[in-house]
Design a protein around this ligand. Structure first.
Ligand code: PA5
Length: 448
């Protein structure tokens, strides 16, 4: 069986193998706490067994709902933010051919995302675009009260009802939310929308394998069973019973924390494959929101190579030496394209004639690795045999398990996000939301 592999050989200029090994006992203890539910944030551990607990019935009902939207819609807007957005986008972007949006015919509806910004132009352009299109909505919010998606939903629901009437709109709207709480639950029940439930014990950024991620991914025409299968197989490979030295999630967690203790406070996730951009965005949320607390935590950023080698590449190579990188590499691309010989050779590229474009890409990757290691940037490599749903499922679970262990190594609660509330309180106060009167007064006095 082919699997994701982890290569730590590029970090030993900054930390020793012994420093990684030194985490073994703690890692085992944290694994045990995660599985027994005895550590910090233990009310949000539903993701651990999720890949094995998703039933045939749940998968079938997601697929059936997806088919319903596929039949009725050419475009489906997936509305959500943070964990209610990034997982689905990461998978859809990773699996969709790069120029699919420019094709005139599609085999499945195009999934468009909204609710992750409050850009007036973005929303009005979306309204203008959808006005004469057959479209539907998936409204995703665990709390059911998040402002950004709520605004997008109000606007797009009105458009849809105006376009097809309330009855038909009801057939084209699905809500994914809490089983009982929140404005979205109330609204969905009142309007009679089909709903899917986000389990109480699964936080947003760990919810990609719930209907939060699976429904939009299925609507886009991708195989959610393969995604779940990949996660399930990775679960076995990073289980608490797997010895530390053979457990990629435990080793990645240990490597990150050793590097952090050695002064490497920034981690970039890099890729050499443009379709991985949103995997980087998903990872950034998973790690940043899980670990950045109590004034601790690695700062996570993501970069797309080669593009960013010609911008951030300078900083990475020669800026402050507080950075390490994790590269997600794809062993074999989906297609083959060779560089042809050219008689005139005016561009001087004949030395590459006969080579696959991917061979050049792989040499760029190797060249970067050596240059960065030489320049003081430790390099971790994660290799996926292919970019498909199965291996993305593996990658998701690998990163989820690692962040649980890593957060405990850092001695923070990796499953909450109290810091996200601060901006919301100020925004509500500034917008004079009922219930925030005292905050409104205080912020207005402060900003006078
Ligand atoms: O990881 C998280 O919990 C957050 O990023 C949430 O997913 C995000 O804030 C959206 O929340 P909700 O689904 O409640 O609208």
């Amino acid at each position: 069986m082919k699997t994701l592999t982890l290569d730590l050989s590029g970090i030993y200029t900054a930390v020793t193998p012994q420093s990684i090994q030194a985490w073994e006992e703690k890692s085992n203890q944290y694994q045990q706490q995660l599985h027994a539910g005895t550590g910090l944030g233990n009310d949000f551990l539903g993701w651990i067994n999720l890949p094995c607990e998703i039933s045939e019935e749940q998968l079938s009902s997601i697929e059936e709902a997806a088919r319903g939207l596929q039949e009725r819609c050419d475009y489906v807007v997936s509305i959500g933010i943070g964990g209610s957005y990034l997982g689905a986008r990461a998978v859809i972007e990773a699996l969709t051919p790069s120029f699919e949006a420019y094709q005139t015919k599609h085999t499945a509806p195009q999934v468009i995302f909204a609710g992750h910004n409050i850009g007036e132009d973005y929303l009005s352009e979306l309204v203008a675009f959808l006005r004469d299109k057959r479209f539907g909505l998936i409204n995703i919010s665990k709390s059911g009260t998040t402002t950004e998606p709520a605004i997008a939903f109000r606007i797009l629901k009105a458009l849809l009802e105006e376009q097809v009437g309330r009855e038909e709109a009801r057939e084209r709207i699905i809500a994914v939310t809490d089983k009982a709480r929140g404005a979205l639950r109330t609204l969905a029940d009142k309007e009679g929308y089909k709903t899917f439930i986000i389990p109480d014990d699964i936080g947003g950024r760990f919810s990609v394998l719930t209907p939060v991620g699976l429904l939009p991914i299925a609507v886009a025409g991708f195989d959610i069973r393969e995604l779940v299968r990949g996660a399930r197989e990775m679960k076995a490979l990073v289980d608490e019973s797997v010895p530390f030295a053979e457990n990629p999630s435990a080793l990645y967690a240990a490597a990150r924390n050793s590097l952090y203790q050695a002064g490497k406070k920034i981690e970039i996730l890099g890729n050499f494959h443009p379709r991985l951009h949103y995997i980087g965005e998903w990872w950034k949320q998973l790690y940043g929101e899980s670990e950045g607390k109590d004034h601790k935590g690695i700062f996570n950023a993501s970069v797309d190579f080669s593009a960013d080698l010609h911008s951030m590449g300078q900083w990475i190579q020669e800026g402050e030496r507080s950075i390490f990188e994790t590269i997600v590499s794809i062993a074999e691309p989906d297609t083959t394209l060779r560089i042809e010989s050219d008689e005139a050779n005016l561009d001087g590229l004949n030395y590459l004639a006969g080579k696959r474009v991917d061979e050049v890409n792989k040499m760029a990757e190797l060249g970067v690795r050596v240059a960065h290691i030489d320049g003081g940037v430790p390099n971790i490599r994660i290799v996926l045999p292919k970019l498909d749903a199965y291996y993305i499922g593996q990658l998701f679970y690998f990163f989820e398990k690692a962040v649980g262990i890593s957060g405990y190594m850092l001695e923070v609660n990796p499953f909450n996000q109290p810091g996200v509330e601060a901006y919301k309180k100020n925004m509500f106060a500034l917008l004079e939301k009922p219930g925030f009167e005292a905050d409104t007064e205080a912020i207005k006095a402060r900003l006078k």
